[in-house]
Design a protein around this ligand. Structure first.
Ligand SMILES: Cc1ncc(COP(=O)(O)O)c(C=O)c1O
Length: 394
């Protein structure tokens, strides 16, 4: 089936946080929403069919998860990434962020330092601080927009014996698909210093321009034994509102410790719709995903060319993954709050302020979500150009 991702869809009546919460967050309603990481694109037909069929049953009692659910999740990993997780060591969870909070809660003590690299998805900070732990951050090295791990600083941080390293693999917002060598070095150092790795692989299906995702748990047996992996169909297939993620544990002890907390809250069942949607996504969603990736690559290339030709003050290093562009806006000469205010009040765009990903490392950056029809992107770039031209006196 051919999908048309360029067809505009009105999300103002879609109960979409990206739209309905924009005014409260950005202070205006007349903005193009390009912030929170979901897509203005319809999900795959097999998922819609599965939800329709479930809906027609008309009974939505407590759900029982069939074995086929985690089998589908694991078969997808094998097919896409050559990794065979054990379905018996998989757990359902509401979302990756609730899972991160639970790891922090269960696998560290109040006051402990939790390690991660920045700039990074802002909820990493909250997942640590909300539970009374401290963030131990290692800034990534940046060279002409390309980010890499600073292994010396990383090892120095590990010497402080943080119980957990939360890895963003691949990395939001800098768009890095970590190489096997990089992952091996990170993984081996964590094993050496006794730091458990939480590998957040929620963006792992969104690999662009020929880059391959490498699950941390495939790098070596020793590293696999020290890694918990977080995956989800929700980012890949635009199902965040269904709230379902999968965690893959290396052993029963870690799995059961995690599960004890959620069992104590009686939260361990899928809802009626995520149950069928996730399985349909992983069994029948690949055709849709391939077309989505082509659409995203086209959108990235469009912005890349547009910036080069029209807005040289804003630069972009081509992302290797995700639909989130990390825009370097330092050429605009706007400091602190001036940059996000410019985007809102002059360009009329709702983008994420780079400082939400790391106060210092994110200064001068904005994150733009390009998972939308081309016409939205064309309008956004024209608005940005007009605002920048005015600001630069052109
Ligand atoms: C790296 C990363 N982890 C987790 C999430 C959110 O996960 P969930 O919606 O499953 O809580 C996001 C959403 O953008 C993300 O970028």
């Amino acid at each position: 089936m051919k999908y048309d991702f360029d067809r505009p869809i009105d999300r103002w009546n879609n109960f979409a946080a990206k739209y309905d919460e924009m005014e409260a967050r950005f202070g205006r309603r007349d903005l193009i929403p390009m912030w929170i990481a979901d897509m203005d694109l319809m999900t795959a037909q097999p998922i819609l069919d599965a939800i329709d069929a479930r809906n027609r049953q008309g009974i939505f009692g407590y759900t029982s998860r069939p074995d086929s659910y985690f089998e589908a999740v694991c078969q997808w990993q094998e097919k896409r990434n050559g990794w065979k997780p054990d379905p018996a060591l998989c757990l359902y969870t509401l979302g990756v962020v609730p899972a991160l909070c639970t790891f922090v809660r269960e696998f560290s003590k109040p006051g402990d330092e939790i390690l991660f690299t920045t700039p990074v998805y802002g909820e990493f900070f909250d997942s640590v601080e909300n539970w009374g732990r401290k963030c131990l951050t290692v800034p990534l090295k940046e060279e002409n927009g390309y980010y890499s791990m600073d292994f010396e600083v990383f090892e120095e941080a590990l010497k402080r014996r943080p119980p957990l390293f939360i890895l963003c693999n691949p990395h939001n917002p800098v768009g890095r698909a970590w190489t096997a060598d990089e992952l091996r070095r990170m993984g081996e150092l964590c094993v050496q210093y006794g730091t458990l790795i939480i590998s957040d692989e929620i963006h792992s299906d969104l690999m662009l321009f020929g880059h391959k995702h490498i699950p941390m748990a495939t790098v070596s047996e020793e590293i696999a034994a020290n890694t918990i992996t977080c995956t989800s169909a929700t980012k890949t297939f635009n199902l965040a509102g269904l709230q379902a993620a999968t965690l893959m544990f290396p052993n029963e002890k870690l799995r059961d410790t995690y599960q004890a907390f959620w069992k104590s809250m009686d939260v361990h069942r899928n809802n009626s719709f995520s149950l069928v949607a996730v399985e349909a996504a992983f069994r029948y969603g690949e055709e849709w995903l391939e077309q989505l990736l082509a659409h995203l690559e086209r959108n990235v290339t469009y912005v890349e060319n547009y910036l080069k030709e029209n807005i040289p003050e804003i630069t972009l290093h081509r992302p290797e993954c995700t639909y989130l562009l990390w825009l370097n806006c330092k050429g605009l000469g706007l400091a602190g709050d001036e940059l996000p205010a410019f985007m809102v009040n002059e360009a009329h765009l709702a983008l994420n302020d780079g400082r939400g990903f790391g106060k210092t490392e994110g200064e001068g950056y904005m994150r733009m979500n390009i998972a939308c029809p081309l016409c939205t992107l064309e309008k956004a770039m024209a608005q940005l150009k007009a605002a920048v031209d005015k600001h630069m006196g052109r």
